[in-house]
Design a protein around this ligand. Structure first.
Ligand SMILES: [Zn+2]
Ligand SMILES: [Zn+2]
Length: 172
C-alpha cells in the first residue's frame, strides 16, 4: 500500500521518520498498517506517541486531533501562512535532530524535508545541495566533517516553488 502523500516530507521512510513494522497497531485507528511513525510527537497529555501512530492517522489529522499532538515544533517558522503552520504541525511527520528541529522555509512556504546528510550523502544523494550546506559551515568547518548519524549533521530541504536546496547544520 502506498503511504499517504506528505508534500513537506515527501519520503518519510527514507528519512527514518516512518519505519516498516508489520506488527505494531496504531494507537489512533487501532489497525496494523505496516508502517509506524517514529519521529517526534509533542503532546501535553500523551507522552508515548512516537512509535505508536500510523502515517495515515498523521496525514488526515486524526492523530493530532485525538491526542492534541503536534509532530513538529513550528515556533521557528517565519513568514508562512497559518494554514502551512497547521499542516506542518498536525498533518506532517516531523524529524529528529540533535537540537530542536528547525523547518526551513522559502518562497513564503515551508520547504520539503529531504533528510539528514553527512559528507558521504552529500556526495551520493544530495550533490546538488552541497552549495547550500557549504554556506552554513562555521569557520574552520569542512564538508568532510559532516556525518549523517554522527555530528555535525546537515538537514537538507528543497523549496517546492523555486526548487532551491536549503540546509542547516547542528550538533549535539
Ligand atoms: Zn492509524
Ligand atoms: Zn523558494
Amino acid at each position: 500500500m502506498d503511504l499517504p502523500a506528505f508534500p513537506y516530507h515527501p519520503d518519510p521512510v527514507a528519512t527514518g521518520s516512518v519505519e516498516i513494522n508489520p506488527d505494531k497497531p496504531c494507537l489512533c485507528c487501532n489497525r496494523i498498517r505496516g508502517y509506524v511513525y517514529t519521529g517526534p510527537a509533542y503532546s501535553e497529555r500523551f507522552h508515548y506517541l512516537s512509535g505508536c501512530l500510523c502515517p495515515w492517522c498523521i496525514a488526515d489529522g486524526s492523530a493530532a486531533k485525538r491526542f492534541q499532538a503536534e509532530f513538529t515544533d513550528t515556533g521557528t517558522l517565519d513568514g508562512v501562512p497559518d494554514a502551512v503552520v497547521t499542516q506542518l504541525a498536525t498533518r506532517t511527520p516531523g524529524f529528529v535532530a540533535w537540537q530542536q528541529e528547525r523547518w526551513l522555509t522559502c518562497c513564503n512556504d515551508a520547504a520539503a524535508y529531504l533528510g539528514r546528510a553527512g559528507s558521504a550523502e552529500l556526495e551520493q544523494d544530495f550533490a546538488a545541495a552541497r552549495p547550500a550546506v557549504q554556506r552554513e559551515l562555521a569557520p574552520g568547518q569542512e564538508l568532510t566533517d559532516l556525518q549523517k548519524d554522527g555530528e555535525p549533521t546537515a538537514y537538507i530541504f528543497r523549496c517546492l516553488h523555486c526548487n532551491e536546496f536549503l540546509a542547516y547544520l547542528d550538533e549535539a
